[in-house]
Design a protein around this ligand. Structure first.
Ligand code: NAD
Length: 493
């Protein structure tokens, strides 16, 4: 039995700088559990001075520990040991993740913690496989491109998958030889600190992975602006991404990776091989973290002849949800992260209805559970400019549009603002490959809709869904900069 009592969970509530939990002066904010809206901790908000201390300590740790210059296989070994420790502490980390986030305990352990360990291991394996290039130059010269870490990189993460999102930032940064200062979401701040403590326990030098706590407006902004941050990586909403890009540029030009919002289509053709499997994929995506996932396949675009049959199958799969506290093993349907986020879903649905949307399923809250929970909801009868089509809702809400021709389907799939992911269901190979070519999104899944643990596949967006990639070789390379070296080797005389 994995049920646990949330009152019994202990955790460090401060910043984690140079290998120690640090108290710093400044404002404190209340942190509530999404499952029952109870305040369970106070969070310190790092001001610009505390952020400065973290960045300076990280730079000192890079110099002192030789993290970048030590044999790369030693970096790899420490990171692999870290992944093992994460697995050994899976129950503890899973409980901490479930306590304060929307991740039910069973999914937190089997999905988030396991994926975090695998992700760290994936990036560990890059540490001793990085190199530069020797390039063709005139014959009396020797040309090289040398890869170097930035020194200290910064990261800002969202609340929806706190451990996984942290590992996607920290893994490539450390494998490439950087130190990192990471600010988790103020809504889900504590599991990231435990991850950092385990890094030190695994042999990664203190000060290489630092966590500063606080709000976006104070701590996040100070981190984005800090001139000591060589490269910044952000995951969150498109609006915040734009603010961060501006702030980062105002205090010095540096690369910014942005993993932002989405409004991803699931395009179903009449020739899809197995409508039951299609319904499984669409329901899975809608129910996963109650739709609070950047890649949620929130727009169903279905060819007319199979529309009604698919909707029937979908409704049957959305019925047996078990919403409840994240500390109950039986819970398989997540709460909404906060009351303001649930109110935002209410507002978009109200606007969508006033613009003509018809509710086929759900459409409101699940009452009586303490926290904010939302019914799986399906909307139809939508014009292209309906709020539910245009805006990222971040809840279990699916819009349905239908089409006749392939061309019409591709056109509907293309969102004016977002391009994070897409699903295409067809048994026709030619059509699948035409879809891959036509759809403007960073990921296209054919006859499935979710990530696997194949971290070699990078993730990131087109259009306002972002710049740059998490995961894959691309994420490691983004943590390195390149120096051209030209040597005159002409013989004397
Ligand atoms: P958010 O943008 O509100 O906050 C994300 C982080 O940014 C938080 O840590 C927050 O404190 C910080 N922040 C807020 N304002 C800031 C500012 N002015 N300066 C610096 N930092 C600031 O996003 P959220 O609500 O936490 O997460 C949900 C969003 O994240 C959704 O839009 C979702 O699509 C996106 N997301 C994208 C991906 C991806 O891989 N593309 C993955 C997960 C989530």
């Amino acid at each position: 039995m994995r049920d646990f009592d949330p009152a019994e969970i202990r955790f460090a509530a401060g910043h984690y700088i140079a290998g120690a939990t640090v108290e710093a002066p400044g404002e404190r904010i209340a942190v509530a559990r999404p499952s029952d809206a109870q305040v369970y901790a106070e969070l310190p908000v790092a001001c610009a001075e505390t952020v400065d201390r973290a960045v300076c300590d990280a730079a000192a740790a890079v110099r002192r520990s030789g993290w970048a210059s030590r044999p790369p296989r030693e970096r790899a070994r420490a990171m692999r040991r870290w992944a093992e420790l994460i697995e050994e502490r899976a129950e503890e980390l899973g409980r901490l993740e479930a306590l304060g986030s929307t991740r039910p305990i069973a999914q937190a352990i089997a999905g988030d913690v396991a994926g975090t360990a695998e992700g760290i291991r994936f990036f560990a394996e890059w540490a001793d496989k990085l190199g530069g290039e020797v390039v063709a130059t005139r014959s009396d010269h020797f040309g090289m491109i040398v890869s170097e870490p930035y020194g200290v990189v910064g990261a800002i993460t969202p609340w929806n998958f706190p451990l996984s999102m942290a590992s996607w930032k920290v893994g490539p940064a450390l494998a490439a030889g950087n130190a990192i200062v990471l600010k988790p979401s103020e809504l889900t701040p504590f599991s990231t600190v435990r991850l950092a403590e385990l890094a030190v326990e695994a042999g990664i030098p203190a000060g290489i992975f630092n966590v500063v706590q606080g709000t976006g407006a104070v701590t996040g902004d100070a981190l984005a602006r800090h001139p000591g941050i060589g490269k910044l990586s952000f995951t969150g909403s498109t609006r915040t991404g734009a603010a961060i890009m501006t702030a980062a540029a105002q205090s010095g030009i540096r690369p910014v990776t942005l993993e932002l919002g989405g409004k991803s289509p699931q395009l179903v053709f009449t020739d899809a091989a197995d409508l039951g499997k299609v319904a499984d994929c669409i329901a899975g995506s809608l129910l996963a973290n109650a739709g609070q996932a950047c890649v949620a396949g929130s727009r169903l675009i279905v060819q007319r002849p199979v529309r009604d049959a698919l909707l029937d199958k979908l409704a049957a799969r959305l019925a047996p949800i078990r919403p409840g506290p994240t500390w109950r093993e039986a819970t398989n349907f997540a709460p909404i992260i906060s009351e303001p986020q649930a109110a935002r879903i209410d507002a978009i649905l109200a606007r969508s209805r006033s613009q003509g949307a018809e509710i086929l399923l759900g459409g409101g809250r699940i009452e009586g559970l303490g926290g904010a929970f939302y019914q799986p909801t399906i909307l139809a009868g939508l014009a292209a400019d309906n709020a539910a089509i245009r805006e990222e809702i971040f809840g279990p809400v699916l819009t349905v549009q239908d089409f006749e021709s392939e061309e019409e389907g591709f056109a509907l799939a293309d969102h004016p603002d977002y391009g994070l992911a897409a699903g295409v269901y067809t048994a026709d190979l030619g059509r699948a490959l035409r879809a891959v070519r036509e759809i403007k999104a960073g990921t296209v899944w054919i006859n499935r809709y979710s990530r696997t643990l194949d971290f070699i596949l990078p993730t990131g967006g087109y259009k306002s869904s972002g710049i740059g990639k998490d995961l894959g070789r691309q994420a490691v390379e983004a943590n390195l900069r390149h120096k051209s070296v030209l040597i005159d080797i002409a013989a004397p005389g």
